[in-house]
Design a protein around this ligand. Structure first.
Ligand code: AKG
Ligand code: FE2
Length: 323
């Protein structure tokens, strides 16, 4: 065998020989092969090949970190902060980040952004911009410059490598087809990639919307290029047991044409400005779907529009079972 155990294992999985792959990784891991340990950790996180086991994943990651795996260290920091496979520990995560930042420029970049934030010892914001009401029906408010330009760039950077065209499964054929409503590229920043900057931003979004961070779906980043749009829609999910009650949109850049967010019922058209956030409620005060919250992201005419969206549920969700 000329390839590494991790590469061999991935190949075996791709041809349907998962149990052999697992055996190879386990024995390589026992010999201290750090890439094998990391791959096993990722499978335990994703519930890929093995059943999802966050506690086991954390133990594997800790082993990879002790051998000096930089990506394992970054992932461990994210999971420490958001409490995956343990209890959320913000101070512990920050101290791990400070250690990592001594040797790793990626960690140092995150620490620099974090140190510039107005947050308390638990990572919660100590101040928010004063919001302005844009509309009563629908209920839309705006926080001017909720994020700095550097924070916006960080979100776009985290998402950039993971962007995929919006698709849905065609109920008639079972095949993936272009999404009929949304034509942008996008990705969700899941819990394994929720670095401390993203975590602190998610907390700020929670504070701005008066919700708990645990109610938010993984932050989604969308990129619209010319002609791309998000056609008129409601953010609520038909018959959901744990309904989406609010949405926060953060415009990550400016300087493109078009791309306004439009609420026809309120005759409201919002011109995106980098760092601005809008918060709107998707249910009426009696808990029904608020039809006036129907909205669209109008087509971009030139340049690229970057947006972060956080859909917020009525109750806390498990970020590992929602994608
Ligand atoms: O692109 C926009 O302005 C709207 C995005 C949107 O509706 C959403 O993310 O749910
Ligand atoms: Fe929407």
């Amino acid at each position: 065998m000329t390839h590494s155990p991790a590469a061999n294992a991935l190949h075996l999985v791709s041809i349907g020989r998962a149990s052999e792959a697992l055996a190879i990784l386990r024995s390589a891991g026992d010999r201290g092969d750090v890439d094998a340990i990391m791959q096993l950790a990722v499978w335990h996180l994703a519930g890929d090949v093995v059943a999802r086991d966050l506690v086991q994943a954390r133990a594997l990651l800790a082993r990879a970190v002790s051998i000096g795996h930089v990506d394992a260290a970054l992932m461990e920091i994210a999971l420490t902060a958001n409490g995956s496979g343990g209890t959320p520990d913000w101070p512990g995560a920050v101290s791990l980040l400070r250690t990592a930042a001594r040797a790793d420029p990626v960690a140092l970049g995150q620490l620099t952004l974090l140190d510039a934030m107005a947050i308390d010892a638990a990572g919660a914001p100590t101040a928010l911009p004063v919001p302005e009401t844009l509309s009563e029906t629908p209920d839309v408010i705006r926080f001017p410059r909720l994020l700095t330009a550097a924070e916006c760039a960080h979100l776009a950077g985290v998402a950039a490598a993971m962007l995929e065209p919006a698709r849905v499964i065609d109920p008639r054929t079972g095949r993936w087809i272009a999404h009929p409503i949304r034509t942008s590229d996008g990705t969700a920043i899941g819990p394994a990639r929720e670095d401390l900057v993203v975590r602190a931003i998610n907390r700020r979004i929670a504070a701005a919307s008066g919700t708990d961070i645990g109610q938010g779906e993984p932050l989604t980043v969308l990129r619209y290029r010319p002609g791309q749009q998000y056609r008129l829609h409601l953010d609520t999910i038909q018959d959901a047991a744990n309904q989406r009650v609010a949405t926060v949109l953060v415009y990550l850049n400016e300087g493109y044409g078009g791309g306004e967010t439009h609420f026809p019922a309120g005759n409201l058209t919002i011109t995106p400005r980098g760092g601005d956030a809008i918060v709107f409620r998707t249910l009426t005060t009696d808990g029904a779907i608020d039809q006036s919250s129907r909205h669209a992201g109008l087509p971009v005419t030139h340049g690229a529009k970057w947006l972060a969206t956080r859909w917020i549920r009525a109750d806390p969700i498990d970020p590992w079972t929602i994608s």
